[in-house]
Write a protein that binds this ligand. Structure first.
Ligand code: SF4
Length: 394
């Protein structure tokens, strides 16, 4: 797609099928979110999933703290299918193994958190030597064996999702509160599943601090590569907050790793309606050039030289031309930096004299002195005459 040196090749991962949506390999980087309704409230949960899917969510995770919550995925899916909404449902399990077993019956993917499934956290300092720690790993393996058999028989996928905030006392005592702790907590599970020949796994390491999240993921990739694991990676900065803060943290954490070729699916976790997470996900994918889903816009910040009211014009152009996937459109206040900055653009809308606009195809001026009121329509006509226009899908 891009030949920029800044964008490293995407890491080769295996393809994991989650309810008909393929994750990893050369598949598009998937966008997911999580409901914040009570999963037992079927109507509210279905309404939220409907809205998220409409906004572009390709997978939806729901919290399933108990087997009863896991069972609720049955009627939720049924209601969605009645409306012809087909979307993979992921059960989010913590603490209760029984919920994980039940979730295998109803979900397309089950998330396990190694920090709290067969381990606990009450901030105890534990002491281990190598032998006693190895015994702990054996204990976890034994505990996991029935689940491994069940997940294999189910044909469902698994997410090993480790959060910085939920590392067990065992891991904290051995590795400290560090990215290494997050990685080892995950690797312990991955090694066990690999040993027992189960590989339909997606891995997620999250932290609320994007710097820790970035470092943990880099270390995870290095460790997985050393051990011959190619599981797809889900990226997210957990508890990122809301508003600009949440979006900035998420963009830093997810965007940095995407640029390095890491990441097969993403979620932006905001303290907001989950529907609002989706545009940010697509924005990060577009900005990193990992998944182009709409028009690429370049617009100047405007200054004293600006020859038209650039903000409303930019909004209008984005509204009317934002669906032209892959096309680059530049909106520039004047010619000073305009031509240089828009060198990569397919079309340019540039302030000429007051109240007049110049339209460019690539670097070539094709219309000069277009009255401002007509310029947006003229730009659309130009795109149409080049055969690059598509109508918005209704
Ligand atoms: S392109 Fe022109 S109007 Fe826009 S910021 Fe640069 S100098 Fe100012």
């Amino acid at each position: 797609m891009d030949s920029f040196a800044a964008l490293r090749p995407r890491r080769k991962t295996r393809v994991v099928n989650v309810g008909g949506v393929a994750i990893g390999g050369d598949n598009p980087i998937r966008v997911q979110t999580m409901t914040n309704t009570d999963t037992l409230d079927i109507e509210a949960t279905v309404a939220q999933i409907r809205a998220c899917v409409k906004a572009g969510a390709e997978l939806v995770r729901l919290t399933t703290p108990t087997p009863k919550h896991a069972q609720a995925l049955g009627p939720i899916r049924e209601a969605l299918l009645k409306e012809e909404i087909v979307v993979p449902l992921i059960a989010d399990v913590h603490f209760l193994p029984a919920a994980a077993f039940e979730a295998l019956k109803w979900a397309d993917k089950v998330r396990l958190n190694p920090g709290n499934l067969f381990d606990g956290k009450i901030f105890r300092e534990l002491t281990f030597d190598d032998a006693s720690y190895a015994k702990e790993i054996e204990r976890i393996e034994e505990s996991l064996l029935p689940f491994i058999a069940a997940v294999k028989a189910s044909g469902k996928a698994l997410r090993i999702g480790c959060n910085h905030g939920s590392l067990s006392d065992r891991v904290l005592s051995r590795y400290g509160d560090t990215p290494l702790g997050i990685v080892e907590s995950t690797m312990e599970y991955l090694r066990i599943f690999k040993k027992h020949d189960f590989h339909d796994i997606i891995v997620a390491l999250k932290a609320s601090n994007p710097l820790i999240m970035i470092e943990a993921n880099r270390l995870l990739i290095a460790t997985m590569d050393q051990e011959g694991m190619d599981y797809p990676i889900h990226l997210g900065v957990t508890e990122a907050g809301n508003g600009e803060e949440g979006r900035a943290k998420s963009t830093l954490g997810i965007g940095t790793l995407l640029m390095e070729g890491i990441g097969d699916t993403i979620r932006v976790s905001l303290t907001e309606d989950p529907v609002k997470e989706i545009p940010t996900c697509y924005g990060i994918l577009q900005a990193t050039h990992r998944r182009i889903t709409r028009t690429e816009f370049i617009s100047c910040p405007s200054c004293g030289r600006t020859l038209f009211d650039i903000e409303p014009v930019t909004n209008l152009i984005k509204e009317r031309m934002g669906h032209l996937k892959g096309l680059h459109i530049a909106i520039m206040g004047c010619i000073v930096n305009g031509l240089g900055e828009m060198a990569d653009a397919d079309y340019g809308y540039v302030g000429g004299a007051h109240g007049q606009v110049s339209l460019y195809r690539k670097k070539t001026l094709v219309k000069r002195g277009v009255p401002e009121k007509e310029a947006v329509d003229e730009l659309i006509s130009l795109i149409k005459s080049d055969g690059k226009w598509v109508d918005v899908k209704v």
